[in-house]
Design a protein around this ligand. Structure first.
Ligand SMILES: [Zn+2]
Length: 112
């Protein structure tokens, strides 16, 4: 299953030797770790962008979604969602939440 060479011996044998076996498992673990790392990267980047935008516009509490996008914000990644008392749903990146007001505007909140 690692080197793709032919195997001799028991029919249930999957690896030709322990080197191939551990190499295969290391590859699998690395792929797993990389997958999680890539998503964490987006989430943390999103949080950083939201935090900066939140403190930069505490008055208006609305920012241009285009501006977030330009900074590298990925709208597909968030940690959880929460519905407020007014039934508005916010998507969170850790402690910062956002809600798309319309195509161009986003409201940002910070969890207390
Ligand atoms: Zn092998």
């Amino acid at each position: 299953m690692y080197c793709k060479k032919g195997i001799y011996g028991r029919t249930d044998k999957k690896f030709c030797n322990s080197y191939c076996r551990s190499s295969y498992h290391n590859t699998m673990v690395t792929a797993d770790v990389n997958y999680v790392r890539r998503i964490n990267y987006h989430l943390q980047k999103n949080r950083k962008i939201l935090a900066a935008a939140f403190s930069a516009c505490k008055q208006a509490k609305q920012v241009s979604s285009k501006e977030l996008f330009i900074q590298g914000f990925s709208f597909a990644y968030y940690t959880h969602q929460q519905e407020k008392e007014n039934r508005e749903t916010y998507l969170y990146c850790y402690d910062y939440g956002y809600r798309i007001v319309d195509n161009n505007k986003v409201t940002i909140v910070q969890e207390e």
